[in-house]
Write a protein that binds this ligand. Structure first.
Ligand code: ACO
Ligand code: ZN
Length: 217
């Protein structure tokens, strides 16, 4: 009874009884009032945070048919810095990072992927001198996914990617790939960085999957 209808309703939903908001991407249980309140709060804050009105002087470093990449530097006007801070706050909230203490804020470069009037991707890069290479896949325990084994020997590197994030509803459209390509091209004037000169700090499972794929292709 109701078997087929149920199947249709569940298609495209991640878990039983959950909904994904088509504008903010939050996955929540619509039948749960607490969840709904949480969604409404997140919805407004998120859409406000990623809203991009366009700046008179924006540093466009790459253009595509479906968007463009804008670079923000620490000395930029306060409206640009404010937007970067707002986006980073949303990203950190999603990643569960609590304290943001950039190591050298005056050298941080933030790349925003803009589609229409929204920031749908963000990459924060900073200069580094060394990185520890991730050695191999951790053993079958998928759950402790942050415990990648790293080498004890630091290797020289140039660019550290401290955050990379793409709006949930815009993933798997090569936005992250294009952000990293652009960083490699723009981070150091006049040279295109090799993949072993960039390093992803503390990658999440998504970040690891992406980085592995990116660095091998
Ligand atoms: N699972 C498996 N493979 C993946 C995944 C994934 N979740 N994400 C990317 N890849 C691989 C795929 O091979 C993909 O190519 P394909 O789609 O043709 O198969 C390739 O990487 C390129 O992917 P993109 O489309 O460029 O990646 P996307 O724009 O979806 O962004 C990102 C990837 C940034 C990791 C996104 O999933 C995200 O924002 N996740 C949540 C935030 C997060 O965890 N960020 C990383 C934190 S670590 C750090 O910041 C240093
Ligand atoms: Zn929403």
């Amino acid at each position: 009874k109701g078997g087929k209808a149920q199947f249709v309703i569940d298609a495209g939903q991640k878990h039983f009884g959950t909904t994904i908001c088509k504008s903010c991407g939050m996955i929540y249980t619509a039948s749960n009032p607490e969840d709904e309140v949480q969604h409404l709060q997140h919805h407004h804050r998120f859409l406000e945070g990623i809203k991009y009105v366009g700046w008179k002087r924006e540093r466009v470093v790459a253009e595509f048919w479906d968007g463009k990449i804008v670079l923000v530097l620490p000395q930029d006007p306060s409206y640009a810095i404010k937007k970067v801070e707002d986006v980073q706050e949303l990203v950190d909230l999603e990643l569960g990072f609590h304290q943001i203490v950039p190591k050298c804020p005056n050298k941080t470069k933030t790349f925003l992927f803009i589609d229409e009037k929204r920031v749908v991707g963000c990459l924060i890069a900073e200069p580094i001198k060394q990185a520890f290479r991730v050695l191999s896949e951790p053993s079958a325990t998928k759950e402790c996914s942050r415990a990648w084994r790293c080498s004890d020997v630091p290797e020289p590197a140039i660019c550290g990617i401290s955050r990379i994030w793409v709006f949930r509803l815009k993933r798997r459209k090569r936005i992250a790939r294009r952000l990293v390509d652009t960083v490699r091209n723009c981070f150091m004037f006049g040279c295109f960085l090799n993949t072993n000169e960039i390093a992803f700090s503390d990658p999440t499972p998504d970040g690891k999957l992406f980085a592995t794929k990116y660095c091998n292709t």
